[in-house]
Design a protein around this ligand. Sequence first.
Ligand code: 13P
Length: 287
Amino acid sequence: MIVSAKEMIAHAKQERYAVGQFNINNLEWTKAVLLTAQECRAPVILGVSEGAAKYMCGFRTVAAMVQAMTEDLGISIPAALHIDHGSYEGAKNAIEAGFSSIMFDGSHYGIEENLEKSREIIDLCKRKGLSVECEVGSIGGEEDGVIGAGEIADPEECKRIAELGVTMLAAGIGNIHGKYPENWKGLDFAALERIQQAIPGTPLVLHGGTGIPKEMIQKAISLGVCKINVNTECQLAFAAATRRYVEAGKDLEGKGFDPRKLLAPGFDAIRETVKEKMELFGCVGKA
Ligand code: 13P
């Protein structure tokens, strides 16, 4: 069932667990995430970056595929279709295409412009009953060619954006997209605490979920994180499983070249990764 993320995030905040956002890249990815969420009875958020939407032909194609897939597979757990790091235009296009949840990432603008644009997108989402995520303090690493330096969000700025009425807020706390470097200092929990104290009622989002040690994830949840985004880890698992299949020469045996066979190990690897994360985030059985 495609729904806004409002209720699932409010419930996660109340019961202190996190909902997983898993980014999707194609049909297999989407099916793997939805089936795992259904099996785990976990609410789930399907994340779609603008680059991934473009790869899949556009927001409308993605929205149509996800809607039809949930019906054909009989997915009864709540699933939100969410644009990840939407630009001002991208967020509007995703709203138009029928996404149920919107992220507007204005963190690269100055705070006044971020506020102004966030306010406009939040109002649009409210009118349509969609959940909305905004961002303060850009997340480090590279995503779709945008490189963020990994800022630590300012609690006052978080408060100003939160007061606009966001469903959830992404705040940089030393997290980055992609693999963490060897010398990564870890999440800045002092910063997270300051942010939580400034906006105790606002659910927080942790981006860059790949490779964050378990204890840090648990501590972040205890400090108000209600949504955790995972992308790269599923990609790595998919690639490794596909590599093993090909390196074992299985594509050359019988009809092993059939995409339904060739992509199966990667599909299973995504499912395992998603399940592992759902268990860690505490959202299993919450739907
Ligand atoms: P990772 O690719 O590091 O898991 O980050 C995902 C993310 O934050 C998407 O917004």
